[in-house]
Design a protein around this ligand. Structure first.
Ligand SMILES: *Cc1c(COP(=O)(O)O)cnc(C)c1O
Length: 359
């Protein structure tokens, strides 16, 4: 590298690059994308109408404060407007949380394996990642996470359900964990898949946040609500944290189209949640079939399943691709497969079955 090239922050060296889910293969007879936990249903007609209506005004900047969406969310969750902060997807909001809390010399704790974005956005902040291995059942090891706290810890992510394993932490263990975390450390409950949970022992982070000023909840419109391509998510957090999120937001980051689609989606919630219920039914069908084939599948509470394939991960992903389904491999560890439409799930199950027979 020449001396005259621009000086870049050393923190960027060796940063893991975010690997988006592979697009569905082209040129195949059928091809389904089960690699990014997206909602397989196309936009609802009502949501589409609102998007088309706001598209006519994109020569204008969006409402910078996301006023309409923020007040809709505040009503829905029965929280003050000042406790809601929006951003460009919940990954955007997570990055704002890091900017607000952590920098060089600080530490950020999260489980591993967990969401791919955590190491990247942590490293960009300049803080050090402290990765605490999942336990033998692929569940957050909350005791080990408490033990990892030092006087440098600024933030802890709890991904519930965990991406990519789909596993959850339940109310009692989460409360016990929070009781042990010093209250000057921000705990972020990342609930991107909240709407897919059916187990009543899994707590709603918004209920937990009410009693605990050091807890922030992340939610997104990308998964259950089917707005992944529009980039809108939000945090519910106490006043100081939410205000810090407004300071660190990219100005005008959330487009008016996204804001209006999010509002329309909240108003169409009943229809959207019916779709979620369909996917939850498919999830049960897929898990049962996989177990019937002899696979060990951790209990999943999200819109995906995890197959811990270890060394056979890459081969399995290639096999899926060949049959027309794109899955998300984590080489050497396992494969995350999104629950999609019936036909896609069937195709995946058939591939899994024949792979199983070969081994
Ligand atoms: C998909 C996902 C998100 C949401 O991403 P957006 O930026 O809102 O699209 C956040 N956290 C986890 C764990 C996820 O899997």
């Amino acid at each position: 590298m020449s001396d005259t090239s621009p000086k870049l922050r050393a923190e960027l060296d060796g940063i893991p690059t975010y690997k988006p889910g592979r697009p569905a293969a082209v040129g195949e007879a059928v091809s389904y994308k089960l690699s990014s936990n997206e909602n397989p249903y196309p936009p609802l007609p009502g949501v589409m109408e609102s998007v088309l209506a706001s598209a006519g005004a994109f020569n204008r900047y969006p409402d910078m404060a996301c006023t309409g969406l923020t007040s809709e969310l505040a009503d829905r969750f029965e929280v003050p407007v000042s406790h809601v902060a929006t951003g460009t997807g919940s990954v955007g909001v997570a990055q704002q949380l890091l900017q607000a809390t952590s920098g060089p010399g600080d530490e950020v704790i999260y489980a591993w394996r967990s969401f791919e974005a955590y190491p990247i956005i942590t490293q960009i902040s300049g803080a050090a990642s402290v990765k605490v291995p999942l336990d033998a059942d692929a569940v957050h090891d909350l005791d080990a996470m408490v033990d990892a706290i030092t006087d440098r810890t600024r933030m802890i992510f709890v991904c519930n359900p965990n991406n990519p394993t789909g596993t959850v932490v339940r109310r009692a263990e989460l409360e016990r964990f929070l009781d042990r975390v010093p209250t000057d450390i921000l705990v972020v409950l990342d609930e991107a898949y909240r709407e897919f949970i059916r187990d009543t022992e899994v707590p709603d982070g918004v209920e937990i946040y009410r009693e605990r000023p050091n807890v922030a909840v992340l939610r997104t419109f990308s998964k259950a609500y089917g707005l992944a391509g529009l980039r809108v998510g939000f945090a519910i957090a106490h006043e100081r944290v939410a205000a810090a999120l407004r300071k660190t937001a990219v100005p005008f980051g959330v487009s008016q189209i996204a804001q209006d689609a999010a509002v329309a989606s909240l108003r169409a919630e009943e229809e959207l949640l019916e779709r979620v219920a369909e996917l939850v039914g498919e999830r049960a069908r897929v898990c049962e079939a996989l177990r019937g084939q002899g696979w060990t599948v951790p209990d999943t509470h999200a819109n995906f399943v995890w197959l811990g394939l270890g060394e056979r991960t890459a081969d399995f992903a290639v096999e899926c691709e060949r049959s027309g389904v794109t899955v998300r491999p984590f080489v050497g560890e396992g494969v995350r497969v999104t629950i999609g439409e019936y036909k896609a799930n069937d195709l995946f199950l058939r591939t899994a079955e024949s792979f199983r027979e070969e081994i």
